[in-house]
Design a protein. Structure first.
Length: 262
């Protein structure tokens, strides 16, 4: 019996020694209750950290839906609490506001630069179109090659005719001094360079059609001039015929006298 008790003591000694060694090498803390979450209540140094905070556990007991212990004030507080949390979570930071303002400024500069570029391109296109229209108009006034008309000597003759009209009307009134050179120049142009004058007349008529009053006045004036020219030609033909008849009669009389004298 004494030997059995001695053997038990000898077996327990190594077990106790192993337990002490294990506690020294692998220490552990035994807690009687769950650790507290007070470290989540500390204010963070970054605003974005609030989005990762877990919701605080409410210490007030939540009554059942069937109970009549729910007060209006508590329901109001409970309903406004999620809105406050949502507003807190979506509040923009200064960096976000600065980025938005920078984006607005970049969009404004882009729109202004685009409008300026479009205006410059439109002005250049209008200038090119005006230059092309001018060159095409001047080229259309020149006579074709098959007409055989030359501009250089014809224009010189027209200028000389205008100067002659100015010399003729030098001592006259201002109306004649202004109209006679133009009449001489236009008449010489229609006589010497008729194809070019026809092209110029057609071009002027295209511009006159944009103003109906001027176009109607031009048509009436042209019709009056044509009627006067036609009337003058008729009278010339009548006078020529009358003169021819008188000359023929006179010749017949003279021939009769000559025959009788013989």
């Amino acid at each position: 019996m004494a030997a059995r008790v001695l053997l038990r003591r000898r077996a327990a000694a190594p077990f106790m020694a192993a337990t002490l060694v294990g506690g020294a090498l692998f220490p552990s803390v035994a807690l009687a209750e769950a650790p507290s979450h007070d470290h989540f209540n500390k204010k963070p140094i970054y605003d974005d950290y609030e989005t990762f905070l877990p919701p605080k556990a409410s210490t007030t007991p939540v009554p059942s839906p069937a109970s009549d212990t729910i007060s209006p004030t508590s329901s109001t507080v409970l309903s406004s609490h999620p809105e406050q949390e949502e507003h807190k979570h979506h509040s923009p930071t200064p960096t976000d506001r600065l980025a938005v303002e920078i984006g607005k400024a970049r969009l404004f500069l882009y729109r202004y630069a685009s409008a300026t570029e479009d205006a410059v391109n439109g002005a250049i296109d209008r200038a090119f179109n005006l230059e092309r229209s001018f060159t095409e108009t001047i080229a259309s006034l020149a006579p074709p090659r098959e007409s055989g008309e030359k501009l250089m000597p014809g224009l010189v003759y027209v200028l000389v005719a205008s100067m002659a009209g100015s010399i003729i009307s030098r001592n006259r009134n201002i109306l004649l001094r202004a109209s006679v050179p133009v009449a001489f120049g236009v008449g010489a142009g229609w006589l010497l360079i008729p194809v070019t004058m026809t092209n110029v007349s057609n071009l002027l008529w295209q511009y006159e059609r944009k103003f109906p009053t001027i176009a109607d006045a031009h048509l009436k004036t042209r019709q009056g001039v044509q009627d006067a020219w036609r009337f003058a030609r008729v009278h010339v033909d009548v006078g020529k015929h009358y003169v021819d008849e008188k000359v023929s009669d006179a010749r017949d009389i003279v021939e009769g006298w000559v025959k009788k004298g013989k």
